[in-house]
Ligand binder design. Structure first.
Ligand SMILES: N[C@@H](CCC(=O)N[C@@H](CS)C(=O)NCC(=O)O)C(=O)O
Length: 199
């Protein structure tokens, strides 16, 4: 989602190859043996296989929405917040969402361990429309997909929290045109077939 958001925002034309994770194409594993999506292959053959790096790859070429230049704060501060998301928050999210995949894990303990981090996001989103000011920027687009996963794990519990700012921000993002564009479902790519033009 992150990669598609940034590529759509930058309007950098790509060939999109939809992957079903339980049936990863060999071409994907050859390009990036670690076997996670997204994987981007640049026109010079360079492989970029971290979603955040793909966001920078797209936005450094074209950033009409100024996602790398937030209205408030700095790119460095956004990267620090994204680091908190990708580190401790994602660690807890995986265990909250899929406790059965881990030994001796109580999902709700992990849910509760990130309540204060989410409350901090809510505080920011009470002061301004987005995490770094009144227009969306990199941090919003990098973090929202994970907050969405967290919210969807137990919607009733999430909506019962006193997080009006966070809930508004998440809902607005999920109702945005950009979100609709990146959630479009494509048929899985197959060897020898062309991909889809994206965005
Ligand atoms: N740090 C990587 C993580 C990517 C990742 O974990 N992707 C998931 C899907 S969202 C995946 O491909 N998992 C492999 C699998 O389920 O087999 C990134 O941000 O690109």
């Amino acid at each position: 989602m992150r990669a598609r958001l940034a590529i759509a925002a930058s309007a950098r034309p790509c060939e999109l190859r939809e992957v079903v994770l339980r049936n990863k194409p060999q071409a994907m594993l050859t390009a990036s043996p670690k076997g996670t999506v997204p994987v981007l292959i640049d026109t010079d053959g360079k492989v970029v296989d971290q979603s955040l790096d793909i966001m920078f790859w797209a936005l450094e070429q074209n950033d009409p929405g100024l996602w790398l230049t937030p209205q408030q704060g700095t790119l460095q501060a956004m990267q620090a917040l994204i680091g908190e998301c990708d580190g401790p928050f994602k660690h807890a999210l995986d265990r909250y969402k899929y406790p059965q995949r881990y030994d001796d894990v109580n999902g709700t303990d992990y849910r509760d361990s990130v309540v204060s981090w989410l409350a901090d996001l809510d505080k920011r989103l009470t002061a301004s429309d987005y995490l770094f000011g009144n227009r969306p920027a990199l941090a919003d687009m990098a973090i929202a997909p994970f907050v969405r996963q967290f919210a969807h794990t137990d919607k009733d519990w999430f909506l019962a929290q006193p997080w009006a700012g966070l809930t508004r921000w998440l809902q607005a993002w999920m109702q945005s045109d950009l979100f609709e564009r990146i959630m479009h479902k494509y048929p899985p790519w197959q060897e020898g077939m062309p991909g889809q033009a994206f965005p």
